[in-house]
Design a protein around this ligand. Structure first.
Ligand SMILES: Nc1nc2c(ncn2[C@@H]2O[C@H](COP(=O)(O)OP(=O)(O)OP(=O)(O)O)[C@@H](O)[C@H]2O)c(=O)[nH]1
Ligand SMILES: [Mg+2]
Length: 198
């Protein structure tokens, strides 16, 4: 019998840690906020004129705050699996915290804005280097899918087994589905590694 990541035999509730990553202003805090069943812990700081020329806000003109440490939320996927969500800061000057944030995580969501695809390269490199399973979640700003999943996969040059899904970071059902896809992917990777069939 196979179990979910970290699941105890005997039906006990188990929990798993998921990291929400991606470039600046891609919607990480929004995703954690939309899907969390508890009031998310956020560490937003007001962006001031000191960030002009450093933070590229052209694609998110209404953005007035940025995450300086992390976002934290929780969601029960079903009766026996609780996910704890850790959203990373997007700006590279805060990336020294990423090693701490990913410790113990079973996998990561790399959020992508297809208008600024290169912003997610560093996150992909980070998870590939640490061999942490990740999927790509295209955040459909304004409901627009500017490029399809295959185009994004080709442009990112990622392995064919890495899932590429679309979502609206503001929509709970949509973001919950992203997390379910990630858990399923992590499970399938573990089955492959251990040679256990589904
Ligand atoms: N239209 C639209 N706006 C979005 C969507 N997701 C996020 N936003 C907006 O985009 C901006 C950036 O969202 P955040 O969630 O703060 O992005 P972030 O990735 O946490 O940003 P940093 O922590 O600063 O890197 C905010 O103004 C959101 O309201 C979306 O799916 N559609
Ligand atoms: Mg944020």
């Amino acid at each position: 019998m196979s179990h979910r990541p970290g699941q105890q035999p005997g039906g006990r509730v188990t929990s798993a840690k998921i990291v929400i990553a991606g470039g600046f202003g891609v919607g990480k805090t929004t995703l954690v906020g939309s899907v969390s069943e508890i009031t998310p812990l956020t560490t937003e700081a007001i962006m001031t004129s000191a960030g002009v020329g450093v933070d590229d806000t052209r694609s998110v003109p209404n953005k007035t705050t940025t995450t300086v440490a992390m976002d934290f939320g929780r969601i029960s996927i079903d009766r026996d699996l609780i996910l704890y969500l850790f959203g990373t800061p997007g700006q590279t000057r805060f990336w020294f915290m990423w090693d701490e944030l990913v410790r113990g995580a079973i996998g990561a969501v790399v959020m992508v804005d297809t208008r600024r695809l290169a912003d997610c390269f560093a996150a992909i490199d980070f998870f590939e280097h640490r061999k942490l399973p990740y999927l790509i979640a295209i955040n459909q700003f304004d409901g627009q899918q500017y490029h399809n999943a295959q185009d994004v996969r080709d442009a990112l040059a990622i392995s064919s087994d890495v899932p590429v899904v679309s979502c609206d970071a503001r929509n709970r059902e949509s973001t919950k589905q992203v997390l379910i896809s990630l858990v399923e992917y992590v499970l399938s990777m573990r089955r492959t590694r251990t040679g256990v069939s589904a």
